[in-house]
Each structure stands twice: as structure tokens, then as C-alpha cells.
Ligand binder design. Sequence first.
Ligand SMILES: [Zn+2]
Length: 73
Amino acid sequence: MEKAQEQTITVGNYTRTIKERPITFRCEWCSGVSTEMRLPGPTPRYHAECKQEAQNSIAKARMKRMRERQSQT
Ligand SMILES: [Zn+2]
């Protein structure tokens, strides 16, 4: 069971505490719907365990495209 985490943000001499809350989202990598404890902000696009894989795949695809473009010219 994950515990809610608190994060303190200090801006100048102003301190703000934000709390994690459960956010339900669909993972774009495995299409699975999941609820995770997240800090308020943009809705996550991937599971924590899918994110690395998705980013690797995106980086690889981008490299491949770049290489193809370079070989064309
Ligand atoms: Zn996933």
C-alpha cells in the first residue's frame, strides 16, 4: 500500500505543502487504466513502470527517424 507523500515547495519566503492524491488515468503504453497516488499537476500518461519503456521506445524511434533523414540528404 502506497503512502501519501507530502511535498513542501518554497518560493522565496512563501512555503506551500502539496499532498499526493489518487489520480485515475489510462496508460498510453499498455492501455491499462490505473489509479496512482500523484501530486497535483498534469495527468500522467504512463504507469511508473511503463514510462521508462515508453520513453526508450520514443527515443529510439526518434533516433531512427533522424538517421533516416540524414541518409536521405
Ligand atoms: Zn502501463
